[in-house]
Design a protein. Structure first.
Length: 210
């Protein structure tokens, strides 16, 4: 329903479409798009439209992960990407940067491998629960808008969109977060009180252009 349409979902969809409209190749670091169980531990049916758009645009879809557990096309570390300078026109990196030891190196690498004018869509958490996976990855960092301004200062375009306001974030962090109708009520309260752009948020989508 339009009443419950989240602005961050629209932000995500619009940026993905923009990238696929103009890029012959999309690099998905960590398979965060969840387009197929072949490349990750689960698939998101809501992203089926991305699969269809990739086919329509004949865009090459490439997954990079630092282990071969889920059969990525490329095994590599975001802190030392195995690509030449100025080689990737479009990169997606969702919910990965909190799990790397050095996010500064990671942003340097993203900038290095993007083509001039290349685009990158990130998701990073702020108020979010601890979510390491034993034997696979640890959970090191949370990001504020202030930290993002430092990490992205080399990029020519930086667009940041909150994911959830403070009340919905609070509900999501609690056991009540499993109740969709309570999340919807919290979202409406955030929206009607003008809190959707509060600094107290679950995390951020970040769209970058080199």
């Amino acid at each position: 329903m339009a009443l419950f349409a989240r602005p961050w979902d629209a932000f995500f969809s619009a940026r993905i479409r923009r990238m696929l409209e103009s890029s012959p190749r999309l690099l998905d670091i960590g398979a965060g798009l969840r387009l197929s169980k072949e490349f990750g531990n689960r698939e998101d049916p809501a992203h089926r439209w991305i699969v269809d758009l990739l086919k329509e645009k004949k865009t090459e879809y490439v997954v990079l992960d630092y282990v071969d557990t889920y059969h990525p096309h490329i095994v590599g570390d975001i802190q030392d990407l195995p690509m030449p300078d100025d080689s990737e026109p479009a990169i997606v990196c969702l919910a990965i940067l909190e799990h790397v030891e050095n996010p500064f190196k990671s942003f340097e690498q993203l900038y290095r491998v993007l083509t001039p004018g290349g685009m990158c869509l990130l998701y990073v958490p702020f108020l979010y629960y601890y979510h390491a996976e034993r034997g696979y990855y640890r959970d090191y960092w949370r990001f504020t808008r202030d930290s993002l301004s430092v990490l992205t200062d080399r990029f020519t375009t930086v667009e940041i969109e909150n994911v959830r306001g403070p009340l919905e974030t609070l509900v999501r962090l609690s056991p009540l977060g499993r109740r969709r109708f309570l999340c919807n009520l919290a979202f409406l309260a955030d929206k009607w009180t003008g809190k959707l752009q509060s600094r107290q948020t679950s995390g951020y989508y970040v769209f970058l252009r080199k």
